[in-house]
Design a protein around this ligand. Sequence first.
Ligand SMILES: [Zn+2]
Length: 167
Amino acid sequence: MYFKYIKSDSIKVRNSRIQGKGVFATKRIKKGQRIIEYIGERISPEEETLRYDDESMDRHHTFLFAIDEKTTIDAGRIGNDAKYINHSCDPNCEAVDEEGRIFVEAIKNIQPGTELFYDYAFEQEEPLTQELIDMYPCHCGTKKCRGTILKVKKKRKSKKKTAKKRK
Ligand SMILES: [Zn+2]
């Protein structure tokens, strides 16, 4: 794979038509290029619960990236533009876990002006209920849209390799 980082002026944060802010390409980004690292505080599940009480939120909106059962990256207080990348069920990027660090890489050639997306694929052990779908909705509008950013029982870790092999 080709891991050359893009230049930092190749992306820009601006309002997204999908949700809030989004990250857009300002220059052409080639498939396989590493775009940005997901930066934030590394916190435990206990700390995550203290900071974010899911039951008080009618819609899930945080800047968390779960690496494994022990560590979550919280980009809410300390973070970079990676936290503004929106979810799509048919994305042009993917989040790659490299020894506990998360990098967003292009999986398609991306033209200037295009919004960047990756599949959040929030792991969900239980079957999806309407309540869960309402709490974690997806508005990506692609043909592949699942209607939610949740994904049942699929590890996001090394998703790149395993997801392709299963097909
Ligand atoms: Zn979707």
